[in-house]
Design a protein around this ligand. Structure first.
Ligand SMILES: O=c1[nH]cnc2c1ncn2[C@@H]1O[C@H](CO)[C@@H](O)[C@H]1O
Ligand SMILES: [Zn+2]
Length: 344
C-alpha cells in the first residue's frame, strides 16, 4: 500500500476549496488581532468553533460552522491574508494548482463592495504565487438563499475587463449554500447570463440526496459538479457523464460529514472512477472539515487501495477540468508528469 510520505510528495491539483472554510488557526488569530476581536486563548477552545463536528445532522448544520470566521473577513488586509494563507497551506501539501472559491457577498457586510473584496483576495493569490511553487485561481460563489436579482450583481465582477488582477485570477462561477431548499432550476435566468458571458461554471449539486439536481446543473451549463454524491442512484448515466466530460469534485471527509452519503458502500467515487468519469479529490473546507488534501488522498488510498497511477489519473482529470487555458493546462500537465515520474 502507498505510504503517507509518497502521498505527501505527490503533486496535486485541487479544484474545490472554500476560502472561508479553510483558514489556518494562525491566520484566524492574526486576523482577529488586526480587528481587535477577542478569541478563546486556547487552541482547543477555538477549534470547537471552527471545526464542524464529525457527525453533523445535515448540510445546513455544516454550513452554520462558517459564521464564526465571517466577521474577520471584512477588510482588504484580512482578505488578502486569508487568500495567501489558504494557498500557502495548499503549497505545503504539494498542490501545484488550486482553485479557491469564495462568496463576495459574505465579505461585503461592512465597508467593502464585492469588487474590492475580489481584488483583495486576488492580491493574496498573487503574493502566494510569488512566494510558493503554486498556481492559484479564484471562483466566485453565489449563495443560493440570495435572490436571483442580487446574485446577478456578481456578474459585474466578470465585466471588470480593464481590471487586470480580477480578470487574470477569477476563472469561474459557482452556486453554494442550501441546495435542498434552492435547487438549480431556480437560477435559470442567472445561469443563462453566466453562459452568455462565457464564464466557466461549476455547481454544487447532488449533496442533498437529489440526483436530479446534477442533471439539471449540467443542462444549465455546468461542466463540473461540486460533490455530485447522489449520482450513486443513477449508474446507468455514468456513460453519459463520461461522454459529456463532466468533472466531479468530490471531498471524502466533507461528503460524510454533511450526510451527503450514509455509507462507504454507497459512496460513488470508485464506481465513477472505474467507469472513466472524471472524478477528482478535494478538501472542500480544510478547517471546517479539519482536513487537508494529503489526508483526503490517504482516505482514498485506504478505501480503494489506490496506486500512484490511479492518483495520477485523478490529477489528469483535475487538470482537464480546470478553468485555465489549454496552453496553461499543457504546461501544468508537463509539470506534474515530471514529478510523478520521479516518485516511488
Ligand atoms: O459543501 C458545501 N456545500 C454547499 N455550500 C458550501 C459547502 N461548503 C461551503 N459552502 C458555502 O460556501 C460559502 C462560500 O465559501 C461558505 O460560506 C458556505 O456557506
Ligand atoms: Zn463546497
Amino acid at each position: 500500500m502507498l505510504d503517507n510520505k509518497t502521498i505527501k510528495e505527490m503533486p496535486k491539483i485541487e479544484l474545490h476549496c472554500h476560502l472561508d472554510g479553510s483558514l489556518s488557526i494562525d491566520a484566524i488569530r492574526q486576523m482577529a488581532k488586526n480587528e481587535n476581536i477577542q478569541l478563546p486563548e486556547k487552541d482547543e477552545d477555538l477549534k470547537v468553533n471552527i471545526h464542524a463536528p464529525q457527525e453533523t445532522h445535515s448540510l445546513l448544520d455544516y454550513l452554520a460552522c462558517f459564521d464564526y470566521v465571517l466577521p474577520l473577513l471584512q477588510t482588504k488586509e484580512n482578505l488578502e491574508l486569508a487568500a495567501y494563507d489558504v494557498a500557502k497551506q495548499a503549497a505545503d501539501e504539494n498542490v501545484k494548482y488550486i482553485e479557491i472559491r469564495f462568496a463576495p457577498m459574505h465579505h461585503a457586510k461592512k465597508d467593502l463592495n464585492i469588487i474590492e473584496v475580489t481584488k483583495a483576495i486576488c492580491k493574496g493569490f498573487e503574493q502566494a504565487e510569488a512566494d510558493f511553487d503554486i498556481k492559484v485561481r479564484g471562483l466566485i460563489c453565489g449563495l443560493r438563499h440570495e435572490s436571483v436579482d442580487t446574485l446577478m450583481t456578481l456578474l459585474n465582477i466578470f465585466a471588470e475587463e480593464d481590471e487586470n488582477l480580477i480578470s487574470d485570477y477569477i476563472v469561474g462561477f459557482d452556486l453554494a449554500g442550501d441546495e435542498e431548499n434552492f435547487p438549480p432550476k431556480l437560477f435559470t435566468p442567472l445561469l443563462e447570463k453566466v453562459k452568455q458571458k462565457g464564464v466557466n461554471l461549476t455547481l454544487h449539486a447532488g449533496e442533498c440526496g437529489c440526483a436530479q439536481n446534477i442533471f439539471d446543473s449540467i443542462e444549465l451549463g455546468a461542466s463540473r459538479i461540486g460533490h455530485g454524491v447522489a449520482i450513486h442512484e443513477n449508474p446507468d448515466e455514468f456513460s453519459f457523464l463520461k461522454e459529456k466530460k463532466i468533472t466531479f469534485e468530490m471531498a471524502p471527509t466533507s461528503n460524510f460529514q454533511t450526510k451527503a452519503i450514509e455509507s462507504l458502500e454507497l459512496y460513488p467515487f470508485k464506481e465513477l472512477f472505474d467507469a472513466g468519469v472524471a472524478v477528482t479529490i478535494n478538501t472542500d473546507n480544510r478547517t471546517v472539515s479539519n482536513t487537508n488534501l494529503v489526508k483526503e488522498y490517504c482516505r482514498i488510498r485506504d478505501w480503494y487501495d489506490f496506486t500512484i497511477a490511479d492518483f495520477l489519473k485523478v490529477n489528469i482529470n483535475a487538470v482537464e477540468g480546470s478553468f485555465i487555458t489549454d496552453i496553461e493546462k499543457e504546461s501544468l500537465l508537463d509539470k506534474i508528469l515530471l514529478e510523478y515520474n520521479q516518485l516511488g
